[in-house]
Write a protein that binds this ligand. Structure first.
Ligand code: UDP
Ligand code: MG
Length: 321
């Protein structure tokens, strides 16, 4: 670490967030200037097509601590976050959403807790989700329950991507060979001493959510497959159950044959064949999900391309090309 490295980096991924920029800058700056320590704000413009880039450019003129990394095209929230984390230089790095759903004021609390208790990770935990829709609350609840079973109890429930990482934790992330780890699972899995700060999740300050249902599903599928091979074993278990049931049926049919009765019924045959066909397709599909991920991992394409970095420095960035 060089002498000019800031005490704190705040990474903000943003995609078409022109509406919240002025408010975000104001609140973030008030909090960070109040810390009276050197800091940088790493805004990652995830290929925005609105006036986000121009807005950031305008802000930079008046805010020397603002650093802007622009990705060549929209790569998604996780990839944008990783791009920012890998290039941040602070001794502590906080990631926060641009839409002010995560209150910037909590950053000061996170930093204080990390220092006083010597923690490498501080999670922002949503104390209350009443501002979210019932559907989002339901799906999020199911997601966190499933993840705690798969990864372990160290995964805090209701903790999204608002968190603080120490330099050591960021380096540990950098050393993972995975290109796009699901951060909210991989970070707890790293096993560093961690703590929690509770906050009230506000409503989006402006604009619309960039997380449609399809992206939520994709995140859930990535989460499961990156931590569990259990779905692959579904085929084995279904096969075993099938063998047991069919064994009993064979005995029944043979007994009927020996006692001179005929067993009638082509519908039962049809149902059995169709059912097994469906089970096989299901298992093939599950297998396919894993094969597809192996394929993507073997291709090893970068998850994002950095087009410009207003303050490139010498930060090594293995994810970028
Ligand atoms: N985001 C991004 N790239 C994308 C989608 C979203 O950088 O392709 C950013 C977005 O600008 C915001 C954060 O990720 O800062 C969280 O997205 P959003 O608030 O839309 O998600 P939600 O809070 O509704 O889950
Ligand atoms: Mg949001």
């Amino acid at each position: 670490m060089g002498q000019q490295d800031p005490a704190l980096s705040v990474v903000v991924p943003m995609f078409n967030e022109e509406g919240v920029l002025p408010l975000l800058a104001e609140r973030l700056r008030t909090v960070l200037d109040g810390l009276a320590e050197p800091y940088e704000v790493v805004a990652v413009d995830d290929g925005s097509t609105d006036a986000t880039a121009a807005g950031l450019h305008g802000l930079r003129a008046r805010w020397p601590q603002l650093r802007v990394i622009r990705l060549r095209r929209n790569s998604g929230h996780q990839a944008a976050l990783i791009a920012g984390l890998m290039r941040a230089r602070g001794s502590y790095v906080v990631s926060i959403d641009a839409d002010l759903q995560d209150p910037p004021e909590t950053i000061a609390e996170m930093l204080a807790l990390a220092r006083s208790e010597n923690l490498d990770i501080v999670y922002g935990v949503r104390a209350d989700r009443s501002s979210d829709t019932a559907f989002k609350r339901l799906t999020a609840g199911a997601y966190y329950r499933m993840m705690r079973r798969l990864v372990g109890k160290q995964v805090p429930a209701q903790a999204g991507d608002f968190r603080l990482l120490s330099r050591v934790a960021v380096e540990a992330l950098r050393d993972l060979p995975e290109r796009t780890p699901v951060l909210r699972l991989v970070v707890p899995w790293l096993g560093f001493p961690s703590g929690e700060v509770r906050f009230l999740r506000a409503e989006r300050a402006a604009g619309r959510t960039k997380y449609p249902f399809s992206r939520m599903l994709a995140l859930a599928a990535d989460s499961v497959t990156s931590f569990s091979a259990a779905p692959l074993r579904v085929a084995t278990w279904l096969g075993l159950v099938g063998v047991a049931v069919c064994g009993l049926l064979v005995i029944a049919v043979l007994a009927a044959f020996v006692s001179g009765r005929t067993v009638s019924g082509w519908p039962s045959i049809l149902v059995a064949v169709l059912f097994l066909g469906a089970v096989q397709l299901l298992c093939l599909g599950l297998l396919g999900e894993y094969v597809a991920r192996i394929y993507t991992a073997v291709q090893a394409r970068p998850a994002y391309f950095v087009a410009t970095d207003s303050d490139p420095g010498d930060a090594g960035d293995p994810g970028a090309a």
